[in-house]
Design a protein around this ligand. Structure first.
Ligand code: NAD
Length: 454
């Protein structure tokens, strides 16, 4: 590990990654590598948790390819020096900002979208001119192994290298000095990463989780809203960082909501065979989730197949904020439905908790929409939709407070892996005596006058 790190530092210092064509070539190499191994990549993720090729394309590689294409197309404009106005104090001069790569980056991935969450940050890092050491999550072992095999045999390890491993390997990596650490995972481990980074003053981006609410107001288009919400919740069997964690709605629409939500789940017919459902990642999570299901509050679903690691899409009703399911991020196919008397009460409950990664607002009322957008703090979200904000790369993606810091995707990703170097370039044809000694009352008066002071 130390040797690879040293080689990456030497490679970075050779300035090879400063060349934009080099970055584009490497991004294209990655795309070609993935495209020519799609079958194997599909098989590996299916072996890990039963994810179908359709979903592997739509929510893993589709996003990765879009990211690569966009970076290749826009890189030259993102990497350009940007001129800014020079203030009178510095006349005559020009001022500009040079984006420069940070250096050797460490990317630590989460398991739930094992390709996308490892590769999307790597694309941003490469586009910005960094070298990359990628540590995918060890839980989906087939995908982690295949990523390591493919990347480590097709890229110069001095530029892009995968290190496999779990807690021990990551702990060892975190002892080393990086120029940037990009972490995706839980808030608990996020704290460990942040602490380790502090030892070297390494800048970090933390993409964490939280309990993302979906709020319905009276008059919301229930049919459409529920269709989108149910899809977003049960995609990947709820193992999505931005999945709607729970629903908050007025009592008046509860019965209709429950009926329509159940119908939508039946219509979707979730199963591994249908390609629209996946297994829970491991036994530990199956037992964690099964403890969160309160059988007295199950409205529909609730069956668990321990052996196959499948939990049915489950709706829970009459849930309160005191229930066990409301104490932690669910990260599984269980949707608790809570009611509120007034929207102000709903807002106050959300504000009592940590800032979520996402929030989804289902309403037809612009005043209520704006009230919620204005009063609640969360990473990002959607109105009358859920999770799809992640697919627009012009929207920086990231959390706030306990759900993370920093953002990426599109230009935001490039910025995350760059330092913006500010330069003042002075002309030599003129110089005032104002700033030089000997100082005098007269000079001070002039300075104050130029500053608009009396
Ligand atoms: P995790 O924190 O358990 O693991 C993430 C990574 O950290 C893995 O690579 C793992 O090997 C490593 N790790 C685990 N324990 C460690 C330790 N003690 N020291 C050092 N490294 C350690 O998270 P997870 O279970 O893979 O993912 C689930 C969490 O991630 C959820 O909270 C979810 O919301 C969040 N998440 C966030 C995003 C996002 O984009 N914001 C995306 C996916 C998942």
């Amino acid at each position: 590990m130390k040797e690879i790190l040293e080689r990456q530092r030497t490679f970075f210092n050779s300035n090879r990654t400063k060349d934009l064509d080099f970055r584009i070539e490497e991004l294209q190499r990655l795309k070609t590598l993935l495209l020519s191994n799609l079958n194997r990549l599909n098989e590996a993720i299916y072996a890990d948790f039963g994810k179908s090729p359709f979903e592997t394309f739509t929510n893993e590689f589709g996003l990765v390819f879009l990211d690569i294409d966009e970076a290749c197309k826009k890189l030259k404009s993102w990497a350009k020096r940007k001129r800014v106005r020079t203030n009178w104090v510095n006349f005559p001069a020009k001022s500009y900002i040079i984006p420069e790569p940070l250096g050797v980056s460490l990317i630590i991935g989460a398991w739930n979208y094992p390709y996308q969450l490892s590769l999307a940050p790597a694309i941003a890092a490469i586009a910005a001119g960094n070298t990359v050491i990628l540590k995918p999550s060890e839980l989906p072992s087939h995908t982690s192994k295949l990523l390591a095999e493919l990347i480590n045999t097709h890229f110069d390890p001095a530029f892009f290298h995968v290190v496999e491993g779990g807690v021990n390997e990551t702990t060892a990596l975190l002892e080393e000095r990086f120029d940037k650490i990009f972490f995706t995972g839980s808030t608990t481990v996020g704290r460990i990463v942040y602490l380790a980074a502090a030892q070297h003053l390494t800048p970090v981006t933390l993409e964490l989780g939280g309990k993302s609410p979906a709020i319905f107001t009276e008059g919301a288009n229930l049919q459409m809203g529920i269709r989108r919400l149910i899809w977003a919740k049960f995609l990947n069997a709820g193992q999505t960082c931005i999945a709607p964690d729970y629903v908050l709605l007025p009592k008046s629409i509860r019965e209709e909501f429950l009926r329509l939500a159940k119908e939508e789940i039946e219509r979707a017919s979730y199963s591994i065979e249908n390609g629209n459902y996946v297994q829970i990642i491991n036994d530990r999570n199956v037992s964690r989730l099964s403890q969160l299901i309160d059988s007295k509050k199950v409205y529909s679903g609730g069956k668990i197949d321990q052996e196959k690691r499948i939990i049915e899409p489950t709706l829970m009703h009459e849930v309160t904020f005191d229930d066990p399911i409301m104490q932690e991020e669910i990260f599984g196919p269980i949707l608790p439905i809570l009611t509120y008397d007034t929207l102000a009460e709903a807002i106050s409950e959300i504000k009592k908790r940590e800032k979520p990664l996402s929030c989804y607002i289902f309403t037809g009322n612009p005043a209520l929409k704006n009230k919620l957008l204005n009063e609640l703090s969360f990473g990002g979200g959607a109105v009358n939709e859920a999770i799809m904000h992640i697919s627009n790369s012009r929207l920086p993606f990231g959390g706030v407070g306990n759900s993370g810091m920093g953002s990426y995707h599109g230009e935001a990703g490039f910025r995350t892996f760059s330092h913006y170097k500010s330069i003042l370039e002075k002309a030599n044809w003129f110089e005032t005596k104002l700033k030089y000694s000997p100082y005098s009352e007269g000079k001070l008066k002039w300075i104050k006058r130029l500053m608009g002071m009396k």
